[in-house]
Design a protein around this ligand. Structure first.
Ligand code: NAI
Length: 332
């Protein structure tokens, strides 16, 4: 039994990969460019399934509106579900599924890309060379070999980061309430988050955003870190207190910052705002630092990951319609 699926925050690549995967499912897909919000929820009024992306507003007001129009499944095309009011979904009996794993390689490899680019200033060198400026001043990097890399969160993505990192000859230290045997086998040792941030030359975040991990990197933890430390966040913006990070960049405590996510990225990332004046002064300040490299939440953005997201999302809907409980369930 096919579903009518309202796909929000649709970009051309979503349409392409979902349409390709849908050949095997036959759901009726309705694509909307609009972000899902309480106001746009009405677009899903003749659909039984809604398919939101990471910066859609899936709070209680939106869920109330969706429930009133008969939506019974939220099929998130993301791993993270911190943007969904699960209590509101449960209240209305709406099933929530996600894509727990699509390509952990995609995010792990992007994370390593940020580390190498920041270290060797590849983003700055690219611009210089295009202007025939071949001076090396300001481009000095450091050997990765022999450094200590701290990985916070050793689930699927963190594990792949550790796998890649071991090839550089670094010491890997990790923090996770559930130590991962695979990471222990790779030589990682587990520590408290405080001990990890105090010892690492590079700190990279791979845990989910929860009430417990909100502002995991705050002023206190930044003070514990080594002078000139590199901080990478490819997980969720809310893990980092951006104001504290800006202070740490200004003081030199933080030597490098690589971000693929930002606390206030909703309404900013995934859009072409190049003709507009940015209204977010905190984000604008971040852009002024020479030792900050920001990408707009593209860690997931590989061919393999998009194909897997589309396949898993549609498969979950098909399984629910067949009366099964898919493995991708967050809550039913
Ligand atoms: P996962 O669920 O496999 O692993 C998360 C790990 O974090 C688990 O081992 C968990 O025990 C650990 N953790 C939870 N609380 C912690 C804490 N307080 N301190 C230390 N560790 C803690 O998740 P996965 O697939 O590795 O993804 C990690 C995060 O990456 C996601 O939650 C998501 O926010 C982000 N992500 C970012 C993408 C991007 O495009 N930039 C794409 C996909 C995911």
């Amino acid at each position: 039994m096919p579903s009518r699926v309202a796909v929000f925050s649709t970009k051309p690549h979503d349409e392409r990969f979902l349409a390709e995967a849908n050949i095997h499912h036959g759901h009726q897909l309705r694509f909307f460019e609009a972000r899902l919000t309480p106001d746009t929820a009405v677009l899903a009024s003749d659909c039984d399934v809604v398919c939101p992306f990471v910066n859609d507003d899936v709070g209680s007001a939106t869920i109330d509106a969706l429930a009133a129009s008969g939506v019974r499944v939220l099929a998130l095309r993301s791993a993270g579900y911190n943007h969904v009011d699960l209590d509101a979904a449960a209240h209305h009996g709406i099933t929530v599924v996600r894509v727990p794993e699509y390509s952990p390689h995609a995010v792990a490899e992007h994370c390593v890309g940020l580390i190498l680019s920041l270290n060797r200033k590849i983003h700055r060198a690219y611009n210089r060379v295009r202007e025939s400026n071949f001076a090396l001043a300001g481009l000095l990097g450091f050997d990765m070999h022999g450094k200590t890399v701290g990985v916070i969160g050793t689930g699927k993505i963190g594990t792949h980061v550790i796998e890649i990192m071991t090839g550089f000859g670094v010491t890997v230290i990790a923090a996770d309430p559930y130590p991962n045997p695979q990471c222990l086998a790779l030589g990682a040792t587990y520590h408290s988050v405080d001990d990890l941030v105090a010892a690492a030359d590079i700190v990279t975040l791979h845990c989910p955003l929860t009430t417990e991990t909100h502002h995991l990197v705050d002023r206190r933890r930044l003070e514990l870190m080594q002078d000139g430390v590199m901080l990478i966040n490819t997980s969720r913006g809310g893990l980092v207190d951006t104001g504290a990070v800006i202070e740490a960049l200004k003081s030199g405590k933080l030597g490098y910052l690589g971000l693929d996510v930002y606390e206030e990225e909703a309404g900013l990332f995934f859009e072409d705002l190049s003709e507009q004046v940015l209204q977010d002064d905190v984000f604008s300040r971040l852009l002024t630092f020479p030792n900050v490299l920001i990408t707009g939440h593209q860690g997931f953005f590989t061919e393999e990951a998009l194909a897997a997201i589309a396949t898993t999302t549609l498969q979950s809907i098909t399984e629910i319609n067949a009366g099964h409980v898919p493995l991708t369930i967050v809550q039913s």
